[in-house]
Design a protein around this ligand. Structure first.
Ligand code: COA
Length: 302
């Protein structure tokens, strides 16, 4: 499997820490120190998981330069599609005028959604086939802006990638463990921050270690880890446990906060477009989140 092109989209509206401190009992200092987040992007009324997904997908298709009639698979990862049905993936098929002889479906694996989608696509694709995978979220619609424990963390956005079949292997690991105590979404996101933090560090550390071994790399060989952007301290703790430099972890959460399924592909797109990923690099992508779920993928970038 090869990632041929990436794209991303974020709403124009920005919610700063200062603005949040006028809404709940918090401060810029607390948020930056405990999370690393400075701002998040918030969807306007006319934006949705679908409109953001569409923008990111169009960019990824453009970057990949793949004819759309070669797309055989569309997978969208989201917990914030407005409708239960049709799926985001079906609406993307319609809006981008993709062929009809395809598989198109959504995945709910919360913040691990894009990694689950990537693994699924890599298992399903055959020679000369391409997949469009997207993570898109409007978490602002399910965030309780009276709850300081959660509202400082989340933001909106979308990221996408076009995947092509390749004989280059990818190595993956995934985990799922039913638990509605630590992280649950009904009308709003409810979270036991401490428990999720602990789970996240462990899942990230295990995932990165496992796929690195499967790929035959050593941890010292890893050039870049692009993982779910939940909290800078989670990433720093994982780096410390693995004994690798935190510099090896791509970071853009200061700007976007936690965008759940959109987080990994938004970070990946920024890493690609800013020239921080190039051919031959040993890259790990990793996600963790509600479900509980986690997953990681290792590959040599080609
Ligand atoms: N502003 C100011 N104070 C806050 C606050 C905020 N936004 N949110 C919580 N606090 C308070 C708490 O009420 C607590 O006060 P108390 O000691 O009087 O009870 C104090 O800060 C410390 O809270 P604690 O939960 O220990 O903080 P923390 O260092 O664990 O940070 C999180 C809280 C939520 C940032 C952190 O636990 C976290 O990031 N968890 C993982 C979240 C995550 O990644 N979720 C998604 C996974 S996909």
């Amino acid at each position: 499997m090869r990632i041929l092109g990436t794209g991303s989209a974020a709403p124009v509206n920005i919610l700063t820490n200062q603005m949040l401190s006028n809404m709940v009992d918090t401060s810029d200092e607390w948020i930056v120190e405990r999370t690393g987040i400075h701002t998040r992007h918030i969807a306007a009324d006319n934006e949705s998981a679908l409109t953001l997904a569409r923008q990111a997908a169009m960019q990824a298709l453009d970057a990949a330069d793949v004819q759309i009639d070669k797309i055989k698979l569309v997978i969208c990862a989201s917990v914030t599609n407005e409708l239960r049905c049709p799926s985001l993936a079906c609406n993307i098929q319609r809006d981008l005028e993709l062929p009809e002889d395809i598989l198109a479906f959504d995945i709910n694996a919360a913040c691990s959604g894009f990694i689950y989608a990537l693994i699924t696509a890599s298992e399903l694709l055959k020679e000369n086939e391409y997949a469009l995978i997207i993570g898109s979220e409007v978490l602002s619609r399910i965030t309780d802006y009276r709850d300081r424990n959660t509202c400082v963390l989340f933001g909106d956005g979308a990221g996408a990638a076009v995947i092509g079949f390749s004989t280059n292997p990818i190595h993956w690991t995934a985990m799922a463990k039913g638990d509605d105590q630590k992280l649950r979404i009904d009308d709003y996101i409810h979270m036991d921050g401490h428990a999720v933090f602990k789970f996240a560090v462990e899942a990230l550390t295990n995932g990165i270690r496992t796929v690195t071994e499967k790929a035959g790399f050593t941890l010292a060989d890893l050039d870049l880890v692009v993982c779910h952007q939940a909290n800078e301290r989670i990433l720093a703790s994982a780096a410390k446990r693995l004994g690798i430099s935190p510099d090896r972890f791509f970071l853009n959460l200061a700007k976007y906060g936690n965008t759940s399924a959109a987080s990994v592909p938004m970070a990946l797109d920024e890493a690609v477009r800013s020239g921080q990923i190039h051919k031959g690099m040993r890259v790990v992508l990793a996600g963790f989140g509600g479900g509980l779920t986690s997953g990681a993928v290792a590959m040599e970038w080609s």
